[in-house]
Each structure stands twice: as structure tokens, then as C-alpha cells.
Design a protein around this ligand. Structure first.
Ligand code: PAF
Length: 300
């Protein structure tokens, strides 16, 4: 079925309710994006289409989560290509609102505060970023709530899909939904990588060939930790850090092993003790002018 593009909240509600009824659907999935879609987003859409009767993707570049007006202007806008990708994955509806539609009264006075969890790691170098991201995610989750479903089938299930690549955003969205009782199940979708290991990101397009080659050290260092964790060896984070720092085009910001829910460092697991349990290895670095993040789950 061709994808339908809507730009207002009213149309979104009408169209998603119509689709739920037409398909006698019992579930609705939401895939929030900022556009400039790539295979990582396709994986989110695929997961949503596989698990829900009706799927809505949102394409909205949220000014609230950009610290810098230049970054906001520079953010790629590729709606036609985005719609083609979403349609190929079987998404029913694309919601691409204007800034005025989402923030009709201008910047919102009342916002979601991401708290301590939003101040560390990415939050430390991008103050206010997660407050802005969570505020729009809260709004998008409300917009995407399924209408009362088919008679007798109870309320439709509601799921929203986020990439594990943005591990801190995913942890914060899960926490917001739990803390504020949003009626939605949050589904984390594994990071998609190029064959050489680089995590897909809309920022990769800004890397030169040399920078792209240098950026591979991030996923190599993470992979090293993954192997040591799986083998229940000490992680030896220091040697993984040294590997990244040996690459002259890469300026490391942080590299640590953390609890997957709280993102607090698990220092004792990182060095001499054999690794046991579940953790997340997080890394961020500037490669030339481009800031990249990546992570892998560790488990033994
Ligand atoms: O991950 C993103 O693309 C954005 O942060 C999101 C979740 C769509 C909110 O603007």
C-alpha cells in the first residue's frame, strides 16, 4: 500500500483511526525520526511493521534538541527519499509536521527534564539536548496514541521504536515512560553497521574518506571489549582506550563501561576482574569535525 503523508495532528488522528478500523487492527507502532533516513531507520520501521497492524513514522527536525542554530540549519532534510524508504518497509503513515504544528505557542514553557541521567555522557557536551529530545518524544508519543480499537478487542497495543545506537536517549525514554506512566511499550532496536563495522549515522556523510577510515577504530575498540566480556576475561578498558587514542584523526571524548539502565560506570568490571553480567560500553569521539557516538552491549 502506498504510504500516506500527513502534516497535521488532526489528520494523523483521523488517518490512523481509519487504518486501524479498516485493518481491524489491534496494535499500532510509532517510529519517531528526524528524517535523513538510512538503513538504521529502516530496521526500526521493519521491526514496527513486523509487530503492529498500523505503523506511523514521524519525520520532524526538532529545534528544541539543537544547541546551535547552525547545526539545526545544517541538518539534512530529505523528505522524498525518507518517504520512499518508509514506504518500502511497509509503513502506513508518515507524519511530517511543521515547527508551528508541534509548537503552536512557540517554545514550550513546560518541558520534560532529563535529570541526572541526561547530564552525563552526551548531555555533558550538549547541555539541554536531552530535555529537548524528551519533550518532543513525549509529544510524539501522545500524537501516536492509537484510537479506541475494534469493538470487543480492548485497547490496541501501542509500541514505539528507538535505536540502541542512541543508548542514552533510549535509556532516558524508557525512564520517562516508566516515571510518568506513558501507556506505551518502548522497543530498542539493535544498531545497524556497515560491513566494516561503522555504526550507521546521518552524520557519517560529513566524514572524508580518511576520517571514515579512522572512525573504524571506535567499533574495533568496542568489539575488543565485546569479545573479552563474552570470554569472561577482564575488560582491560585501558588498552581499548589506548587503541582509540593511537589514531591521530580521532579525539576521544569518553569511553566507559556502564550499567545499561542507569548509565553509571561499572569501574570494578573494567580492569583486572573477569567480566560477569550485563553492561554497556559507551564511546564518543570527534573524528575530524564530526562527533560520533557508538556503543555495544556486553554480556557473559
Ligand atoms: O533519535 C532521533 O532521531 C530524535 O532524537 C527523536 C527521537 C526523533 C526525537 O526528535
Amino acid at each position: 500500500m502506498p504510504i500516506k503523508l500527513v502534516t497535521t495532528v488532526a489528520e494523523l488522528h483521523t488517518e490512523s483511526a481509519r487504518l486501524l478500523t479498516a485493518k481491524a487492527g489491534t496494535s499500532q507502532g510509532l517510529v519517531p525520526t528526524m528524517g535523513a533516513l538510512h538503513e538504521g531507520h529502516a530496521a526500526l520501521a521493519r521491526a514496527a511493521v513486523g509487530q503492529n497492524d498500523v505503523v506511523v513514522a514521524t519525520v520532524f527536525v526538532n529545534p528544541l534538541q539543537f544547541g546551535d542554530a547552525v547545526d539545526l540549519d545544517r541538518y539534512p532534510r530529505t523528505l522524498d527519499a525518507d518517504l520512499a524508504l518508509l514506504e518500502a518497509e511497509g509503513v502506513d503513515l508518515a507524519f511530517a509536521p511543521s515547527v508551528e504544528e508541534v509548537y503552536p505557542g512557540g517554545e514550550p514553557l513546560v518541558r520534560i527534564t532529563s535529570g541526572r541521567l541526561g547530564e552525563k555522557w552526551e548531555g555533558a557536551s550538549r547541555p539541554g539536548h536531552f530535555d529537548g529530545a524528551l519533550t518532543v518524544v513525549a509529544k510524539l508519543l501522545h500524537y501516536g496514541l492509537p484510537a479506541a480499537g475494534v469493538a470487543g478487542a480492548g485497547l490496541p497495543a501501542y509500541r514505539a521504536y528507538f535505536g540502541q545506537k542512541d543508548a542514552q536517549q533510549l535509556a532516558l525514554v524508557r525512564r520517562m515512560v516508566a516515571d510518568l506512566n506513558f501507556p506505551v511499550e518502548i522497543v530498542g532496536v539493535p544498531t545497524v553497521r556497515s560491513a566494516d563495522g561503522l555504526a550507521l549515522s546521518s552524520r557519517n556523510r560529513f566524514l572524508s574518506d580518511d576520517e571514515r577510515e579512522a572512525a573504524l577504530v571506535l567499533s574495533r575498540a568496542l568489539h575488543l571489549l565485546e569479545e573479552r566480556a563474552a570470554a569472561r576475561e577482564p575488560l582491560d578498558l585501558d588498552s581499548a582506550v589506548a587503541l582509540v587514542e593511537s589514531q591521530p584523526l580521532v579525539a576521544l571524548d569518553y569511553f566507559d563501561v556502564v550499567d545499561p539502565a542507569t548509565l553509571e560506570p561499572l569501574a570494578e568490571n573494567c580492569r583486572e576482574t573477569p567480566f560477569r553480567g550485563e553492561a554497556l560500553a559507551l564511546i564518543a569521539a570527534k573524528v575530524g569535525p564530526v562527533r560520533l557516538i557508538d556503543n555495544v552491549p556486553l554480556s557473559s
